[in-house]
Design a protein around this ligand. Sequence first.
Ligand code: SF4
Ligand code: SF4
Length: 150
Amino acid sequence: MNLNLTIQKFLKKWPDWFRSLLPDRYKRELVRTGSCVRCGSCCRDINLRYQSRWIKDEVEFIDMKGDDQEYLRFQSSGKDHYGHLIFQCRYLLENGSCGDYQNRPDICRSYPTKSLMLSGGTLPPSCGYQISLTIPFDKRLEHAIEKQDK
Ligand code: SF4
Ligand code: SF4
């Protein structure tokens, strides 16, 4: 049995985010490309974390809002299949734009983050961003320059 081939086949079954944790001789990284197309999905299908845990009930959410009024903009709209509360934002406009763009919280400014993928999250199908495991442009350039100098 070719152990190398077996390991390669095994790794191919794992999602990109898991492989990104392994040492990578090709220097691949999770890279974000694309842009926001204002579909609004990430503003109406939100899970929130409070004290390192996903919020599962209204009591936890009340505590969270007490600690940080920034979260007053969110209201729960149900639960996902993990039992985590799903929130939507009061400021989402009908055209998918943000009605409070200048004051939007940090979680909105940084969305979608690479850590989202590393914690098993996925992007909504309508999102204009992609996060994929690839060799970043600066690393490709570095490699090309190294080859030219040889
Ligand atoms: S503040 Fe704006 S960007 Fe953030 S969830 Fe609300 S509508 Fe979306
Ligand atoms: S899901 Fe993606 S494209 Fe849609 S509003 Fe959010 S960031 Fe923009």
